[in-house]
Design a protein. Structure first.
Length: 563
């Protein structure tokens, strides 16, 4: 959220549409398989590689292997594309992989003569392996292997690029060997229906298989996975294997994960289906309101915003009495109490587009929790909304929120308002934080606006402003480990409330019906219905009032009438 609009982070749907993740094959490699890539470790600088617009260079730190790695920086309309022509054999299968770090990174192959392939990952703070397979056509003797970043994003690093398969005439690298078993398997989080797992990367691995009680349940390319569809209050045994073109390792040591007794979610007496609205503590051209002016259709009122103080991690809040036409602190507190007496929740939102809150160590996590608890006591807030649009540290934000929960007790209302990009993958820090605190989390109201086209849970690209955009992106959260009661649809109340992505209340209502009842869907049909879906959110009650409360008058009754 922001006083005017949230910053746009636009994606090109036409390019992104090709980015469907493909797991590497795990069949046995033949004796003739070699690494057909040249200078895949960038030990010879950029030899054999061509990078667009001078975007690439080599660095000596950090590296994944050897003494050098590629660093490529997108700039303007250039996405820092680095390519190599690789000799291959017709009618053959190859495994393409690379280790990446830093900003958004893409790996792919074109000119295969069959189906071109690509894989990608969002920001990676540690080295992460991307891997995919491709088959060559009957007359294909070379393919173009590429890496690139994304427009306006940070530089990416790449190392140890390989193209394993039959020798195309230029390969000299050794064939892969079966990787060793993963070590360090842990259970960082559980819910009543899922167990999250994490383990250490295995050199030479292109993927991992996850086993539950001896049965393979999923395959991933990263070093974490969430196993869903589990029974509540039940213990399960988990093991992981590492795979590559040469085969599968032996299983790791087993760990036990026990699911929670009940579904996740805090929030005291928040209605089964609820409407959240942000209330602006400033005048930006929208209708200036007091808390008492907020319509009764809103069940959760998020006061925007608390922001950083001079103490690391700590936040503060000051009522803008002058900007709010003389609204006093005493009147503000009294209005909060009146809303609570009417069954509503009033919470303090932290951050916003211009927020500068940083929680990145134990001390700042403690300061964050302590300062928020003080604000709750001072003003009578029922809880907290996390709207940090400039990144967060999952480890220490989790620590901070659990500390706050311990202070505030089980009635704490905890909501989040991530951007669409923050919830594209369970590996993203925001998504990991939500899963880490699922047992105390009320709802995640992702902002379905100011984002451009994004991937849905089916791997297809959807444009904002449609039923499909709302439902296909909500599906990622619903199938990624959050309870339906912890998912809400966040949209602007009017066209002036955001830079892009405003939809009519009818579109919101149709998306709610699609997700809860399987009706009024667009081209995307969810894999199941989610009758417990929490509801909807809007930025803001002030912009809603500017438009005659048209949004809450239409969406509010619809949310409250859901099954």
């Amino acid at each position: 959220m922001s006083p005017l609009k949230r910053s746009a982070r636009l994606w090109s749907g036409a390019v992104t549409a090709a980015l469907a993740l493909t797991l590497a094959g795990t069949g046995q490699a033949s004796a003739a398989d070699v690494d057909n890539a040249r200078n895949g470790g960038f030990e010879s600088g950029l030899g054999n590689w061509t990078c667009s617009a001078g975007s690439g260079t080599t660095v000596t730190s950090p590296v994944h292997g050897g003494t050098a790695a590629l660093k490529a920086t997108p700039a303007g309309q250039d996405n820092a594309r680095c390519t190599q022509s690789v000799a291959v054999r017709p009618n053959s299968t190859y495994t393409l992989s690379a280790w990446v770090q830093g900003g958004y990174a893409y790996l792919g192959a074109t000119g295969t003569g069959t189906t071109d392939v690509s894989v990608w990952t969002p920001d990676a703070t540690a080295w992460k392996q991307l891997s995919t397979t491709f088959s060559t056509g009957a007359s294909t003797t070379s393919v173009t292997v590429y890496l690139h970043g994304w427009y306006g994003q940070a530089a990416y690093l790449a190392d140890d690029v390989s193209v394993y398969g039959p020798d195309g005439g230029g390969g000299t690298g050794p064939a892969p060997t079966v990787p060793s078993a993963p070590a360090g398997l842990t259970v960082p989080a559980t819910t009543s229906a899922s167990v999250s797992l994490a383990w250490n990367a295995v050199p030479g691995a292109t993927g991992y298989h996850v086993y539950r009680d001896g049965t393979k349940v999923t395959a991933v390319t990263g070093t974490s996975a969430t196993v869903t569809g589990l029974a509540a209050a039940t213990s399960y045994s988990f093991q992981v294997t590492a795979t590559n073109a040469a085969g599968e390792s032996v299983k790791s040591a087993a760990v036990t994960g026990r699911t929670a007794a009940t579904g996740g979610g805090g929030g005291g007496s928040v209605p089964r289906h609820a409407v959240t609205g942000y209330w602006q503590n400033f005048d930006n051209g929208a209708t200036v309101q007091r808390i008492s002016d907020v319509p009764d259709q809103y069940d959760i009122i998020a006061v925007a915003f608390a922001d950083a103080t001079t103490t690391p991690g700590a936040v503060g809040f000051t009522l803008d009495s002058a900007g709010l036409k003389g609204y006093t602190v005493d009147q503000f507190k009294a209005d909060i109490r009146a809303k609570q007496a009417a069954g509503k929740k009033v919470i303090i939102s932290v951050g916003g587009e211009r927020g500068t809150v940083t929680v990145n160590d134990p001390a700042s996590a403690a300061n964050f929790a302590n300062s928020l608890h003080t604000l709750m006591q001072t003003y009578g807030f029922d809880g907290v909304d996390i709207d940090l649009e400039n990144g967060l540290d999952a480890t220490y934000m989790t620590q901070a929120l659990r500390s706050l929960s311990a202070k505030a007790g089980p009635s704490l209302v905890l909501t989040m308002a991530p951007q669409t990009i923050d919830m594209q993958s369970t590996s993203n820090a925001y998504f990991r934080t939500a899963l880490n605190v699922k047992d105390i989390l009320t709802v995640v109201n992702m902002q379905y606006y100011n984002s451009g086209s994004m991937l849905g849970c089916d791997g297809k690209v959807y444009s904002q402003g449609s039923v499909d955009f709302l439902t296909a992106l909500a599906c990622i959260q619903l199938e990624g480990g959050l309870a339906p009661s912890q998912v809400g649809l966040g949209v602007p109340a009017s066209p002036r409330g955001a830079g892009s992505g405003h939809v009519s209340p009818t579109v919101v209502d149709n998306a709610l019906d699609c997700l809860t009842k399987g009706t009024s869907c667009g081209t995307f049909t969810p894999p199941r219905t989610y009758p417990d879906l929490r509801g909807a959110m809007t930025w803001s009650t002030n912009w809603d009032a500017t438009a005659g409360n048209a949004w809450s008058s239409a969406v509010g009754p619809h949310v409250h009438g859901l099954p």
